[in-house]
Ligand binder design. Sequence first.
Ligand SMILES: [Zn+2]
Length: 91
Amino acid sequence: MPAGEGGSGRRETARIVICAPTSLPAFFPDDLEGTCALCQQGVRFRPHVPARRVLICLQCYLVHAEPGAACEVLEEASAEWAAIGLEVPRC
Ligand SMILES: [Zn+2]
């Protein structure tokens, strides 16, 4: 089954995931690492992010995001940040 297709056969649109660069300390020991699709620097992301994804580092997001672009904080991320006392960002 191709990545991103669930058992129902429904196609999922790839989501842009905003990531911290690997030059910053990790918040979670099970963070995964990848590469920013725009600048190719190393980034960290959580294991629960959508399977179909495009990883973008925070710096590229700040430079390239359109004003007012839709954004969401996944429930899993919100719960993890709250558990370690981080303020959950608003979109
Ligand atoms: Zn980048």
